[in-house]
Design a protein around this ligand. Structure first.
Ligand code: FCA
Length: 329
């Protein structure tokens, strides 16, 4: 009888604790705000964040915020909904102090992904936990891939123009293109053959417009290379080269990302000037950051202040294999 009683009590306790955990997890609400919701990279981040939400049983609120105003109201909105924290890739890193203040006013924990917040002095806000890519290294991998391809094609570097699709208000974008340039220069590429193509936004259309200006200004150059902060930037330059009649074998573009934008390009029946991409991991940036935020809220475990992830070069013929190796299939 006593045994039965103990068993009953234990059973009841077990039921109780399971319900408590479920109720708690259900109460956990985490926002995941991105600057460009239509970009495949961010779609993938959301997809993997959803995976974390499913696993841990919290609610994920996905919000697209293309400008500062939308971002600020999204944060207020999360506060009003009773969320406890959010992960954000901001449309403008200079909003840093404002974002920190808004999060605090709404009693929300804050972590950034991809683009790191900066203060009024332009320096990173080191107190806000951040996961980004190791931008310089990844840029160097882009530069190396371009140098290798120029060699494989037997190009004389002095005859080649470089399109630096730039978005210099974003530090990670600067690090990426400067990484590529450092390798190009070390291989003997002349600085005066590198042309800046500043894009108004980090998407393909803006890059296409910016690159077209460069190509038209240097119509005498017939061989081109292109790099930028992401696949969209390089795809814009490649589309621009096509529109001025440069054939695929006259263009070498290498992107950064490896999501649908690059995959669609690799799937085309004929190779284009977009020869490769350094694949980065939306799984780490989406799943891990969401999980980090959950652990912070539910278990009081603060995320690392800075995590930098790596990438791997992929081309038309091996991108599926590389994606599999990175666990992002
Ligand atoms: C930035 C870019 C994105 C992606 C991300 C890792 O936010 O705009 O395209 O490259 O970094």
């Amino acid at each position: 009888m006593r045994l039965l009683k103990t068993a009953l009590v234990a059973g009841a306790l077990a039921v109780l604790s399971v319900t408590t955990i479920a109720a708690y997890a259900q109460d956990t609400k985490i926002g995941f705000i991105v600057k460009q919701p239509e970009e495949p990279w961010f779609q993938d981040e959301w997809k993997f964040a959803d995976q974390a939400a499913k696993e841990k049983g919290f609610t994920l609120v996905k919000i697209g915020a293309e400008d500062g105003e939308k971002l600020m109201s999204a944060i207020d909105n999360l506060g009003a909904q009773g969320a406890q924290g959010f992960v954000v890739c901001t449309p403008d890193v200079k909003l840093g102090p404002g974002i920190v203040a808004k999060a605090a006013a709404n009693n929300l924990k804050l972590m950034t992904v991809d683009d790191r917040l900066v203060g009024a002095d332009g320096k990173p806000l080191e107190d806000v936990p951040h996961m980004g890519i190791s931008a310089t290294k990844i840029g160097e991998a882009v530069g190396q891939a371009i140098v290798d391809e120029m060699k494989a094609r037997g190009w004389k570097m002095d005859e080649v123009g470089a399109i630096r699709v730039s978005y210099d208000q974003l530090p990670t974008a600067v690090d990426r293109v400067e990484g590529a340039i450092s390798v190009l220069k070390a291989a003997g590429f002349k600085t005066q053959n590198i042309f800046d193509a500043p894009q108004a936004k980090t998407d393909t259309e803006a890059a296409l417009n910016a690159a077209t200006v460069v190509l038209n200004a240097h119509a005498d150059i017939k061989k081109w290379i292109a790099f930028g902060l992401n696949d969209e930037a390089v795809l814009g330059a490649v589309r621009a080269s096509e529109s001025v009649g440069i054939p695929a074998d006259g263009m070498i573009g290498v992107g950064i990302g490896g999501a649908e934008s690059a995959i669609n390009e690799f799937k085309k029946p004929a190779a284009t000037g977009f020869v490769g991409t350094v694949i980065i991991s939306p799984k780490r940036h989406g799943y891990e950051t969401a999980l980090d935020m959950y652990d912070w809220i539910a278990n009081n475990k603060e995320p690392a202040k800075l995590t930098l992830t790596s990438g791997a070069l992929a081309k038309r013929d091996d991108y599926q294999k590389v994606r599999k190796e990175l666990g992002i299939e």
